[in-house]
Write a protein that binds this ligand. Sequence first.
Ligand code: RFL
Ligand code: PHB
Length: 389
Amino acid sequence: MRAQVGIIGAGPAGLMLALLLRRRGIDAVIVENRSRSYVEQRVRAGLLEQWVSDLLVETGVGARLTREAMFHDGIHLAFGGKSHHVDFRKLTGKGVTVYGQQEVVKDLIARLTDDGVPILFEVEDVAVHDLDGDMPRISFRKNGEPGEIACDFIGGCDGFHGVCRPSIPAGLLTTYEREYPFGWLGILTESPPPADELIYAYHERGFALYSMRSATVSRLYVQVDHGEEVERWSDARVWEELHLRLGGVRSLAEGRVLQKSITPMRSFVTEPMRHGRLFLAGDSAHIVPPTGAKGLNLAVADVVVLARAITAFYTAGRSDLLDAYSATCLDRIWKGQRFSWWMTQMLHRFPDGSAFDRRRQLAELAYVTSSTAAATTLAENYAGLPMTW
Ligand code: RFL
Ligand code: PHB
């Protein structure tokens, strides 16, 4: 097969990259090692910065989002038995959109399929070749048969555990990493959320987050120990912690648990995000802890930059935007890293944290919820920093 751009990974980054290129008349092929139903069911992020939901609408994949998403003006921060509202709309003029990542993925796959963009699901043994030349290749096996895509560029959109980043000689990359001594246990439940907007709760037993997917489906998380096994958390135990950590600020309705999983927490950045004709985008190049709700939004920001750079190459023969790709993305990524780390350190219980640390966290929360300047800092980062490029 021949394509202008070969994309590895049908997550939000790979799918959105294909759509943006398609709209500029550039053809792409996506290879994905999972099945279509697996990627459409994978429960992950839920929070879109306003410019991301605007972009989905502008690019013609926002019809269902406009009908079904929930549009929020802010979040609640709960601590010390009280709930405090941070009003993003009032502070920054922006809101956020609650719409499951798997819904974004479904909408993108439906559109790309309608437009005839090939997405090869359930491919095996994906590998990249000739990254230093003008015509890199992607090889794979599908239904046991070997296949190959020759292209001008490769979009490495295959997530944190993909093959693209490890294909770059390790000596050429610098990685920055922090592991946190805890994870999040998340459940999806058939129960109404406890409030109209998300509640981020600081509690002496650990952090909890009360998010949602609709008026009748909640997405709830509790901080658990690093390396914790999901089998040790019965539904009853999860509900007990969720009730306790809400600290009496709202009542919490229980419902059938539809999904339960544990996510480790990590901050990770690799630089540069390019090697020859291979461009890393999204989780393949960087990971944030989910406390700031930034991962999916940063992935979309990367591919907006990449699609623009590839378009400039084909339409104007320019390679300066491709050369600037990594630095352009990293500017936003590091701000997202900083914010995600800041939210994480403010809201979680650290196993080695002292009484001093806990008093400091409470002082920080009190400051953020009482000072307009501090609340604005949170609001402008959470709702999404301006797209300056
Ligand atoms: P993805 O979504 O991991 O997609 C990568 C795709 O590549 C495929 N793949 C391969 N394909 C072919 N060959 C190979 N060798 C391959 N290896 C992998 C995979 O199957 C997959 O389909 O990465 P992408 O596109 O960069 O998107 C990133 C986001 O998924 C991620 O950043 C977010 O989910 C992070 N995140 C959140 N982000 C937000 O912006 N807001 C949130 O509220 C939010 N909450 C979350 C989150 C992530 C979470 N977990 C489970 C990690 C909450 C959680 C619990
Ligand atoms: C979610 O709804 O899954 C969600 C929301 C906000 C976060 C993380 C996850 O910070």
